[in-house]
Design a protein around this ligand. Structure first.
Ligand code: GMT
Length: 378
């Protein structure tokens, strides 16, 4: 063990937690001396346009040959994976998200040969949404069964994968992680006044505003809290439900109480402004944003969906309620906002838990162990 590897990583480079986790993992592996080759249609945004030793980027170019009504990105990706694997003598192809990445990796392996090992990481909607689609189910099952190792970001996602796809193969549990050099409580004293009055608390929601995030519940919780405690709501991110949310806020006459910050890069800085993070999702295989908040000392009040209870310990690092129970969630937020001893205890518990259970070092080591295992180099 300890030998440096050549690892290809494919992810969605521009959106979502899966791309963030894949890119941060790649950066950490490169720091540990592995050679990391990102294969994607654009540079993963978390690489931040900086030079990173041991990191290479291979762009997938899609053929626009005139007979194609739809340019076949999947085939171009599979071909690129095979080319990079051959040219760079990759040991591992680590793909994040089953569709199409695990399927493309399967094709690439057919071209390259069995020396190339494929590790697939499932992140959530690839199983909880796409694998429910009968037209995709068999394809996803094939890609998962043919991977040399499969990992999932929560125990709940492992259970659901087995159930939805009716498979029994081993799936490694590898929780998501945060880089402690980036995610720690930031000093927000000079910023806070831009968003809230001194007597106001700050509630925050960060997401891609898709229907599964139940952003309407965020507004309901905030409206109930704000009736009893002066507060502000900060929304970070953008997505399809945003216009509806804006209408709802207007209807409730809460415009002057809500700030929309749009997409933000410096999440640790932004999150540190919050007293509570709200995550009332319908589906959430892990909830990376709750971990980012935890590492910054901010507790989460959210739903009991998916993998959230594996991350947020109810009554210690946050509070969890049945999906849609906004009355209970509002009461829980108020408990935290009105009891400063409780808030301080939760903050400490958040920092300890993030560091102990979800550290970058721990999870990176886990992925390395999986790589060495599939290569037979344990
Ligand atoms: O939450 C999203 O809609 C984005 C999605 C993605 O593919 O990036 O997030 C999924 O993967 C994240 C990283 O593993 C998890 O933290 C999210 O919980 C998961 N989203 C869902 O399960 C809805």
């Amino acid at each position: 063990m300890g030998q440096s590897l050549k690892i290809g990583i494919t992810c969605y480079p521009s959106l979502g937690g899966s791309g963030v986790v894949a890119t941060e993992l790649g950066k950490l592996l490169a720091e540990k001396g592995h050679q990391v080759h990102f294969i994607a249609h654009s540079i993963p945004f978390r690489l931040g346009g900086q030079f990173h030793k041991n990191i290479f980027y291979h762009e997938v170019e899609v053929s626009d040959y005139y007979v194609f009504r739809y340019p076949p990105y999947d085939l171009s990706l599979a071909t690129k994976m095979a080319q990079v694997a051959n040219m760079q003598q990759l040991d591992i192809l680590h793909v994040h998200y089953a569709v199409p990445h695990a399927v493309c990796a399967f094709l690439a392996k057919q071209m390259v040969g069995s020396n190339l090992k494929v590790v697939t990481t499932l992140h959530g909607t690839d199983i909880t949404v796409l694998a429910q689609d009968e037209s995709l189910k068999d394809l996803i099952r094939l890609a998962i069964n043919e991977s040399d190792a499969v990992t999932a970001v929560s125990g709940d996602l492992i259970r659901e994968t087995r159930e939805v796809l009716d498979i029994s193969r081993d799936i490694d549990l590898t929780y998501n992680f945060v880089d402690k050099r980036i995610y720690y409580p930031r000093d927000t004293s000079s910023l806070r006044g831009d968003y809230a009055e001194p007597d106001e608390k700050i509630l925050m929601h960060i997401s891609n505003f898709r229907p599964v995030k139940r952003v309407g519940d965020v507004v309901d919780i905030f409206a109930k809290v704000n009736e009893r405690m002066p507060s502000k709501l900060l929304f970070v991110g953008e997505g399809p439900e945003l216009p509806k949310v804006q209408c709802k806020i207007k209807e409730l006459g809460l415009e002057h109480k809500v700030h929309f910050l749009g997409k933000q890069d410096e999440i640790a800085q932004v999150i540190s402004l919050a007293d509570v993070l709200l995550l009332p999702s319908e589906k959430e295989s892990f909830g990376l944003v709750a971990l980012e908040a935890m590492a910054c000392g901010v507790p989460t009040v959210g739903s009991l969906a998916g993998g959230i209870p594996e991350l947020v310990v109810h009554g210690e690092t946050g509070f969890l309620s049945p999906i849609g129970d906004t009355d209970q969630m509002a009461d829980q937020v108020l408990r935290l906002l009105t009891d400063s001893d409780l808030a301080a205890r939760f903050r400490e518990a958040c920092l300890t838990r993030a560091c102990r259970e979800f550290s970058d070092a721990l999870i990176t080591r886990k992925y390395e162990q999986i790589y060495y295992r599939v290569l037979g180099r344990e």
